[in-house]
Write a protein that binds this ligand. Structure first.
Ligand code: SF4
Length: 484
């Protein structure tokens, strides 16, 4: 009778192991963060990293299993690991198949607020000069509906877009008519400070399924300080507007965005409390952008990446404790990064993708018909820098705009997959290219990453989330739920 084979017979042959593409970054004295090309990461000691690179791995030693699970190694004789990597990469980049889902219509530059950090250069008077007209809107609509994305989101921006509500009405109704023969689905959002919200606007939004998005910077004194207007009642109008929308349209039909000014840095708990008090379903702790009035009034230079990271970490800690008490309340920036870290979903969010989101993720139609590659590009143009102006609705088609030399070269030059620093960075699969930001701050589309505050923030955010996922099981469970 034949005997059993020895256990060694069933052991995988380690002589056929091969190292797959990995990147790493030192986290501490004897701690490294190691990652693959689709964003899976693991912490290792220096000895473990050296053994991984030398393929000194043995089945059963723990490191062998971790290296296989994280797709750091594969077998020369089998292509399964490479195929899996390729499949996952394709899924992560599949947002490219539905190009340009977001279209921003700047229906007016006029605004009745005068916020010192406003990222748009507002105009207070002259309706004729600074409002979009119907002919311009009609051409912009045709361009938007020619984009390949099956779901087209139209966002109305300003200035204060409700100052040109008649045009919003016309665009929504006309877009719905024109979308039918093209088989497109539509979503509409008005980004407004809510000061001009009235029953007419609410009725229209209810009838046409239009969402509203507003700004709320925190408690009354902070919000009113950040957003001056005659009467000093921006906060009162915003919270009254949020309550009216919830009441009339439903609790999930309004969202709010906050901007972190120097005055916000010590007050993150109060800011979160304000969002909870207003019944909002989460908060996006976002830093100030280097455009428009934020630059003119020198607000942008008042705090750096490390100060913002301290603010964000303190806020995240507070929000995690809130979630532990039973209230589901995500921090949306963390949630976006976590979806990149924990899933292969195609996340097309403008700043967190490479190829960059300019043009391919969004187009912006300015009030006068000029077309920009992103809202930030439009803000830059208001400061006199037209680097990312792609064309004009009267002269250019969708194809002209997205295949313009300006856009193609900006996207190609900023690819993180091939850029110095980024191409060898462990955070690259979970990061993104932001050519407009780097052009604005460093006059360089690609960006000199060791000097980039964007890069410093991304590294700080991703490594902090990684530590929480690895070492704090209770926090990890909450963070995982935000990613799903
Ligand atoms: S921007 Fe910085 S963190 Fe992001 S991939 Fe490039 S080097 Fe890495």
């Amino acid at each position: 009778m034949a005997g059993f084979s020895s256990p060694e017979t069933f052991c995988p042959d380690t002589s056929t192991l091969q190292l797959l593409p990995i990147r790493f970054e030192r986290l501490g004295t004897d701690r490294f963060l190691v990652g693959n090309m689709v964003g899976d990461m693991a912490a290792m000691t220096e000895t473990e990293l050296n053994r991984l690179c030398a393929l000194d791995l043995t089945p059963g030693d723990g490191l062998y299993e971790r290296a296989f699970e994280k797709l750091f190694v594969g077998s020369i004789e089998q292509r399964a690991q490479q195929q899996l990597l390729a499949l996952r990469l394709r899924s992560r980049l599949s947002f490219l198949r539905a190009a340009t889902p977001l279209h921003l219509f700047v229906v007016t530059l006029r605004c009745e607020h005068s916020c010192p950090y406003c990222q748009v250069s507002r105009q207070s008077k002259d309706r004729v000069l600074y409002d979009m007209d119907r002919a311009t809107a009609s051409r912009a609509l045709d361009i938007a509906l020619s984009a390949p994305a099956p779901l087209i989101k139209i966002e109305f921006q300003g200035g204060e877009p409700l100052l040109n509500f008649e045009l919003i009405r016309w665009i929504v109704v006309t877009a719905k008519e024109r979308a039918i023969p093209r088989g497109k689905q539509l979503q509409f959002v008005i980004a407004t400070n809510l000061a001009l919200l009235d029953d007419e606007v609410l009725d229209f939004c209810a009838e046409h399924g239009v969402l509203l998005s507003t700004s709320l910077d925190g408690p009354r004194d902070l919000h009113n300080r950040n957003r001056p207007r005659r009467g000093q009642n921006s906060y009162e109008l915003a919270v009254a507007g949020i309550a009216r929308i919830k009441d009339r349209l439903g609790p999930d039909q309004v969202g709010a965005l906050m901007t972190t000014t120097a005055a916000s840095l010590d007050r993150v708990e109060e800011i979160v409390d304000e969002y909870v008090r207003q019944g909002l379903d989460g908060i996006f702790l976002r830093p100030l952008s280097p455009y428009g009035f934020a630059m003119k009034t020198k607000q942008f230079h008042k705090y750096g990446a490390q100060a913002w990271l301290r603010f964000w970490k303190r806020g995240l800690r507070y929000i995690l404790e809130l979630n532990k008490s039973g209230r589901r309340f995500p921090e949306f920036y963390s949630a976006l990064i976590l979806r990149r870290m924990l899933s292969d979903e195609p996340i097309g969010y403008g700043d967190l993708r490479s190829p960059a989101g300019i043009g391919l993720g969004a187009l912006v139609y300015n009030y006068d018909g000029t077309v920009f590659a992103s809202d930030e590009a439009r803000m830059l143009a208001e400061m006199g820098d037209r680097t990312f102006q792609l064309g004009n609705v009267r002269e250019n088609s969708y194809r002209d705009l997205v295949l313009s030399d300006t856009l193609v070269s900006a996207v190609a030059e900023s690819l993180t997959q091939t850029a110095p620093q980024c191409s060898t960075c462990v955070f690259e699969p979970n990061c993104g290219a932001d050519p407009v930001y780097h052009h604005a701050t460093q006059s360089d589309l690609l960006g000199i990453k060791p000097l980039s505050e964007f890069c410093e923030r991304q590294k700080g955010v991703i490594s902090h989330l990684f530590e929480l996922l690895e070492n704090f099981p209770e926090d990890a469970a909450i963070l995982r739920s935000w990613a799903s």
